[in-house]
Design a protein around this ligand. Structure first.
Ligand SMILES: C[S@@+](CC[C@H](N)C(=O)[O-])C[C@H]1O[C@@H](n2cnc3c(N)ncnc32)[C@H](O)[C@@H]1O
Length: 544
């Protein structure tokens, strides 16, 4: 199976594209706005929800989607819901009322029911959340998994950081990862971590003359069921765990330690131990900070070490790993590195774009050839459909897709509103000046006229941008092309040819002629451009 990256809502993708019992491991890290006051979430108070939902899709509101989801659960749509989950959600409607928390839980119930369906009988499910919702999520997963023969296996506490200042309460330093299996027989590879110094000092007290550390283990068989071997060793007659021949071999290999009473004990060398089996409290993996090299600037990016532990414990080479909220692709990148097959789903084009770039940077361009991309406009009809999609959960997806596709995932999407109206993306290139020069990208999916070109010129002047790119779904008028030409030409010693200051590109050219902005910029896509930009080498080729 080729690896698969889906751009779209995971519920729809799971229902339409992912087969029953086809996935070995599913990890999800759904968005939940835990920064808000818990009481506000629980009691559905405050007007904050609506505004936040517009700004970013990590908050939940009771809207048409929630109503539809609730109805699907209560009417057991497609026969996917257990009696327990139907009763549970109906009960939660009474307890919580129709607000953001219930909207979140309804959304999770719909998706976890699909995840249960797509898991193989030996499959595992990990849900990453935080303590403000973990107790609700646990009963929701119980009602889906445990009600159908699955098992709740662990609540992993991941200590992300050593301190966090929270007023009037204990600092919140951990996330919760709930781990379930679809059946009693589950794929499991014990994972180990190295002993800490305290443990070594406590248990590995002895060492050979060459400094090799060991602990001593019992070699007597007293109290062992199944008996042992009775003989005399070092003038002590008793029942031993090993036959005399083995005792002789161990002694000749210097693997027997004698107490001061002459009692033999087995040497267990530190350097031969695998380490401590990983327990359910993880304190050895730090959350990503700005100085960590793997950090991509994606706000909720998880460390690769965390996913590596989960993927190694619950899958084998060649197995299929699914992340239905894949963000900037941590699960996908680690699965690729560990030779697993993978399926990633995300609802924002920025994530898809970032994942493609991340994979290309880490594994080379060849890796992209083995990925099937789904849901990304490949023809004019699907581009028009994306432009006309009215989905409040995703803002400006058409514009983001157009900017990122045309810039080969190198432009920075403009997240700001208000003052920055008229800018959908920004890219930078090297110029004669010390500071890099700016390109503004603007996308229009509706009617266009020469006024749009004049507006773009105004925005360029205001923003100090030397180049402007106007991407349009509709064909540009003759006046627009004339207006753009009149803006003049830009020359630089770093460019092979002079280029038009304003360039008009159509979506048709992007899709059918594969027209792209050829800029070799080392931009990390989601980082704030001004702060994080790093320009390595630029060639700009705007064929005019
Ligand atoms: C918390 S982030 C995941 C971060 C990820 N674990 C990583 O390390 O990069 C959640 C992601 O879920 C995506 N998302 C939210 N709702 C979704 C939906 N209905 N379908 C697919 N993706 C969704 C968001 O776009 C966001 O990228």
């Amino acid at each position: 199976m080729p690896n698969q990256l889906f751009y779209g809502d995971n519920l729809e993708v799971l229902r339409r594209h992912i087969k029953d019992e086809s996935v070995d491991l599913c990890y999800i890290d759904p968005p939940f706005n835990s920064k808000r006051n818990y009481n506000q979430i629980y009691n559905n108070v405050g007007k904050e929800d609506q505004a936040q939902a517009q700004a970013f899709i990590d908050t939940w509101t009771w809207d048409d989607y929630a109503n539809q989801g609730l109805e699907e659960i209560q009417t057991n749509y497609l026969g996917r819901f257990t009696a327990q989950s139907i009763d549970l959600i109906s009960g939660l409607v009474k307890v919580l009322g129709k607000g953001s928390l219930l909207a979140y839980l309804v959304s999770m119930t719909l998706r976890v029911a699909e995840i249960y369906r797509v898991l193989k009988p030996t499959g595992s499910f990990y849900l990453h959340c935080d303590p403000s919702a973990s107790h609700y999520l646990k009963i929701i997963i119980d009602a889906i998994f445990c009600a159908q023969g699955g098992n709740y296996l662990s609540e992993i506490i991941w200590k992300r950081t050593s301190s966090h200042s929270d007023s009037n309460k204990y600092g919140r330093v951990h996330d919760v990862i709930l781990y379930y299996s679809k059946n009693s027989k589950v794929n499991w590879n014990e994972q180990y971590q190295s002993y800490d110094q305290k443990y070594i000092d406590q248990y590995y007290k002895y060492s050979d003359p060459d400094g090799r550390k060991f602990m001593s283990g019992d070699i007597g068989a007293a109290g062992l069921s199944g008996g042992g071997y009775e003989y005399e060793w070092n003038n002590i007659r008793r029942v031993w765990r090993v036959p005399e021949s083995t005792m002789q071999r161990l002694d000749s290999e210097n693997r027997i330690y004698y107490t001061k009473n002459g009692f033999p004990r087995m040497k267990r060398y530190l350097d031969e131990m695998q380490g401590l089996p990983i327990q359910d409290t993880w304190t050895d993996i730090e959350a990503l900070r700005s100085w960590h090299s793997e950090k991509l600037g994606y706000p909720t990016q998880k460390p690769e070490a965390l996913l590596e532990r989960i993927i190694k414990a619950s899958s084998n080479e060649g197995d299929v790993v699914l992340d239905a909220y894949c963000g900037c692709g941590t699960t996908v990148a680690v699965s690729q590195r560990l030779d697993r097959q993978w399926i990633g789903i995300d609802i924002t084009y920025q994530s898809i774009s970032l994942i493609l770039k991340r994979l290309e940077d880490a594994f080379g361009q060849g890796v992209l050839e083995n990925i099937v991309l789904n849901g990304i406009p490949k023809d004019m009809n699907s581009a028009v459909a994306l432009a006309n999609k009215r989905d409040d959960r995703t803002r400006k997806e058409f514009e983001k897709w157009a900017v990122l596709t045309y810039s080969n995932n190198r432009a920075v999407i403009n997240q700001k509103k208000g003052a920055d109206k008229g800018i959908d993306g920004i890219a930078y290139f090297r110029s004669e000046k010390d500071d890099p020069e700016k390109i503004i990208l603007q996308v229009k999916s509706g009617k266009v006229s020469s006024r749009d070109i004049r507006d773009l010129q105004g925005t360029m002047t205001r923003e100090n941008a030397v180049l402007g790119i106007f991407i349009t779904l509709e064909k540009p008028t003759r006046d627009m092309i004339k207006e753009a030409k009149e803006a003049g030409i830009y020359r630089s010693q770093y460019m092979s040819n002079p280029v038009d200051k304003i360039r008009i590109v159509t979506i048709q050219e992007i899709i059918e002629d594969q027209k792209r902005l050829d800029i070799l910029l080392a931009l990390e896509v989601l980082k704030s451009a001004e702060k994080q930009m790093e320009v390595r080498q630029v060639t700009l080729d705007l064929d005019s």
